[in-house]
Design a protein around this ligand. Structure first.
Ligand code: PYC
Length: 322
């Protein structure tokens, strides 16, 4: 029986499961190097940790790593039900609260290594966490794509630590009760982008689709609905999605450096954003709140037919039915 120690939290409603012990040794190197080994040699651990029956499509995993830079407090690799994330805003906020719960971090400024670069984080005395995300920028403006069943959908392609297509067009108000329809629509947009060969820089897959439209509660702020790879929608306002949105607003001259941006998510929870100018785009700072929900030990028993998780990517069923 293998065991994995985890600490679960949620950030504005979106869960994070931090792996604190029991994961196989990924050898030396920074998070990008160790991510390559994780993907190549240990991918079943990903589904064992975040997929059913121990997790769900919504859980984002965060493998805690020893830092390799002298001023970093830790390294991290984010993963989900279908693969790996370059950066994760809500996950970073959850990780900082987890490190605090472990006694490894006190209020103040710290640095955290991710596969897409080192980010600054700040734990505030009231428990809120700010993330100084990677440089974010708009890659393409007013991209139009034909989406079967929905017509022409226009939006921007932007980087916020993950690739986003951000549109203001929504088939329904951004309310939780419409999540199935919003999921189907954003999924169709993503598929249409792929079919049209539209990607991010160097053809990168745009694996996050974001609707950003006035909140249906009449509060006057913008709300979002973000479909993540693996077809789970982000319960939080999405830190990387908020960064990408702010990069577009900054490029349009609609958000000034230092101005506060309130981003509401589909649950009505909010992140606060601000930015400084970067070289190519903006340097976003996202602030939000996370809460610890569990300290647990996962058991992986080889006698269990679902020891390694029920993985949507797994073709074992196809093999078995042949
Ligand atoms: O907060 O950046 C984020 C995020 C990405 C995917 C889920 N949450």
């Amino acid at each position: 029986m293998r065991t994995v120690d985890v600490i679960d939290s949620h950030t504005a409603g979106e869960p994070t499961r931090v792996v604190v012990a029991g994961f196989p040794d990924l050898g030396d190197g920074d998070p990008a190097t160790r991510l390559r080994r994780f993907r190549q040699d240990f991918d079943p651990w990903r589904s064992a940790i975040v997929c059913e029956p121990r997790g769900s499509d919504t859980v984002v995993g965060a493998l805690l790593l020893p830092p390799t830079e002298p001023d970093a407090v830790a390294g991290v690799i984010f993963f989900n039900n279908v693969g790996y994330l370059g950066m994760c805003g809500h996950g970073t906020i959850g990780l900082v609260r987890t490190l605090q719960a472990m006694g490894r971090l006190v209020p103040g400024a710290h640095r955290l290594q991710t596969p897409v670069g080192t980010v600054g984080v700040e734990l505030h005395a009231d428990g809120r966490v700010s993330v100084d995300n990677v440089e974010s920028y708009r890659h393409a403006t007013n991209v139009v794509v034909d989406v079967p069943g929905h017509g022409r959908v226009q939006g921007d392609v932007a980087w916020g630590g993950n690739w986003f297509f951000i549109t203001g067009q929504t088939p329904l108000p951004l309310l939780l009760r419409h999540q199935r329809e919003l999921t189907a629509y954003t999924h169709a947009v993503g598929e249409a982008l792929r079919a049209a060969g539209i990607g991010g820089a160097e053809g990168a897959d745009i694996d996050h689709i974001e609707i950003n439209a006035p909140a249906a509660d009449g509060s006057g702020v913008l709300a979002n609905f973000v479909l993540c790879p693996g077809l789970a929608y982000d319960r939080s306002p999405c830190g990387t999605g908020t960064s990408a949105k702010m990069a577009c607003l900054a490029a349009d001259g609609k958000l000034a450096e230092g101005e506060t941006w309130i981003q509401q998510g589909i649950l009505g929870t909010r992140f606060e954003g601000r930015y400084r100018r970067g070289v190519r785009g903006i340097l976003p700072r996202i602030t939000g709140q996370a809460h610890i929900t569990a300290k647990a030990q996962l058991c992986i028993d080889d006698a269990d037919p679902f020891a390694w998780g029920i993985d949507a990517q797994d073709d074992a069923q196809d093999d078995a039915s042949r």
